[in-house]
Design a binder for this molecule. Structure first.
Ligand SMILES: [Zn+2]
Length: 127
């Protein structure tokens, strides 16, 4: 779709989706940092890609299945803080606010690297 190629990525970065989170969703690249993985997971929520969300969930904490609410309208992601989570780390945290129509989610998420790839472990809701 021509519309998608000219729009910036749902994660909030100015790059087109295909050059940003789309590469991770398609499996042609893997997220280089915990923040990049967090952004790509948000984009997956926006696009309703439950398969990607499960693939990037730590095997220890991954739910058996994930039912996304098709009525949920995500409106933006704001990364508030990051700790570790770079190529030199095996764990990292990302604090973010994800907005949706009618509210927002403020969470500190924990990430780990499993076989070199960043995965989501769990999150703590913040006030
Ligand atoms: Zn993106």
């Amino acid at each position: 779709m021509a519309v998608m190629t000219t729009r910036s990525c749902p994660c909030g970065l100015p790059e087109a989706y295909e050059k940003c989170c789309g590469r991770f969703h398609a499996g042609t690249a893997s997220a280089p940092s915990a923040e990049a993985l967090m952004r790509s997971r948000y984009s997956a929520f926006v696009r309703g890609d439950a398969g990607y969300l499960l693939r990037t969930w730590h095997p220890r904490t991954r739910p058996a299945r994930l039912d996304l609410d098709p009525g949920m309208r995500w409106t933006g992601l704001e990364i508030l803080d990051t700790a570790d989570g770079s190529a030199f780390h095996s764990t990292g945290t990302v604090t973010f606010r994800a907005s949706y129509r009618g509210g927002s989610l403020h969470e500190r998420s924990r990430f780990e690297r499993v076989d070199g790839a960043w995965v989501y472990v769990d999150g703590e809701f913040l006030a």
